[in-house]
Ligand binder design. Sequence first.
Ligand code: CA
Length: 425
Amino acid sequence: MHTIDHTHDPHRTSWVPGADGHRDFPVQNLPFGIFSMDGGERRPAVAIGDKLLDLAAITSLLPVDVRGPTLNPLLALPPERRTDLRHKLFELLSNESHRPALAPYLHDQSAVTMHLPARIGDYTDFYVGIHHANNIGRQFRPDNPLLPNYKYVPIGYHGRASSIRPSGVPVVRPKGQRKPPDADTPVVGASVRLDYELEMGVWIGRGNDLGETIPIGEADAHIAGFCLLNDWSARDFQAWEYQPLGPFLAKNFHSTISPWVVTIEAMAPFRIAQPPRPEGDPQPLPYLWDKADQAEGALAIDLEAYLLTARMREAGEAPHRLSHGPASNMYWTVAQIVTHHASNGCNLNPGDLIGTGTISAATDDGFGSLTELSRGGTQPVKLPNGEERGFLADGDEVILSAIAHANGYVPIGFGECRAMVLPAR
Ligand code: CA
């Protein structure tokens, strides 16, 4: 299923200066995105080192026409066609003979604007980070953190696609209803418990027709790639509004994604076995169970979350790492998520985005949200400059990053998923 070929060979190099050994985008990665320059049209690109290659400008060299303002057509390709494109781009960017023809179409990433990679028709957020589900469950329902359905159903809810923005677009502190613990009635105003959530995003590829399903053994063929996702959350609104129908205004005011689609083909060397379920947990129902998926359905990715406060920024200090941990802390695989989503005949479309849910590790240093790190704000996080955070302050910038790694392969990264909090309007 996950084919490792010459494009994953750690000994291959690129003629693009700075690409070899690049933290995120060596030639073994080749993620796709949408950029514009000097206010011009939106065009597809592939990232290589600190640069990107304008794919619309070299379309005559490519086996697939990917021109257009979104990657939806590219995401919709059968995996074999996307692999053809990957092979061609690998050849173009690794073989020095192509340098004269391509060099004019390489641009510094710092000189362009990155946009959402796709027109996102629908966005669904899951809740498969088992340690996050336990931690949050404990805060909201101390006696009953994990509801009995959790180990049978990949829990999710339909999110809001219209408010998803690429990395760099600031998030405005939302206003809404919250009920202070000692009050009888709610108040309206700016959130006082604004939080981030460290998640992976899954880009849907071909998808399924309405009424059809996606068998678990075929799920990976419907996944085009991955990104980072910050599911900004207003915990005070969430606590007041979430029952009985689930998240609403606490979650839909803004979500931030990293702008590059790291393809499922690039991720082939970084597939690992799904961690075994704890003793006594139920076996997944048959439609969610696939031996091959259990053997290589998890992702060998290290996730990190950083905070840069206004004071740190003014002092020229580096962002402070709040947490780090592996993406394998997911109770369900991405294939299980996709299969479950389509199991009732719900149609998934190319460019749909699925969030995994917050991925926390079992220990404090890997908690994927501030409310977990600060125990619901009761034990504020101490920053190196003496500042403290129970929740996010205006001017705070949250930066997510991720590296996929495996012995014998060149690590690949996801680029940045960052945004600053602006005051409520
Ligand atoms: Ca979430």
